[in-house]
Design a protein around this ligand. Structure first.
Ligand code: ZN
Length: 119
């Protein structure tokens, strides 16, 4: 269950980022997750929901932006989106390709709601 440890570190980042806003509540968390990061979005949602209970991120919606696997051919330099794990350039059929996107796992945005009402 490595989604649980990912959810745990996301929560730590959120806590650090929102430290200056005391009493704030996280409403939306937007993540970028690469297709090849090995993270299952549904499992991560479930894990995040479970560990955020009772904390400032409880009930926050998790928006997951899936990043497709992108490759660049070292032969013809063409960048393309690979939809299968066989890394072959669709332009020249070359196999000398480099993965340039698809392993991301990052927080893009944390939306918070100020806990101090009326200010
Ligand atoms: Zn090529």
């Amino acid at each position: 269950m490595h989604e649980f440890s990912i959810a745990q570190s996301l929560l730590e980042i959120i806590e650090r980022e929102t430290l200056p806003y005391s009493g704030a509540k996280v409403t939306t968390l937007t993540l970028r997750i690469g297709k090849l990061s090995g993270v299952m979005p549904d499992a991560l949602r479930f894990a995040f929901e479970a560990i955020s209970t009772g904390g400032m991120a409880e009930g926050a919606s998790l928006l997951i932006d899936e990043v497709p696997l992108k490759i660049q051919c070292n032969h013809c330099r063409k960048v393309s989106i690979a939809d299968n794990p066989f890394l072959i350039c669709p332009n020249c059929q070359g196999t000398d390709v480099e993965m340039i996107a698809g392993r991301e796992l990052e927080i893009r945005e944390i939306e918070i709601e100020d806990g101090n009402q009326g200010s």
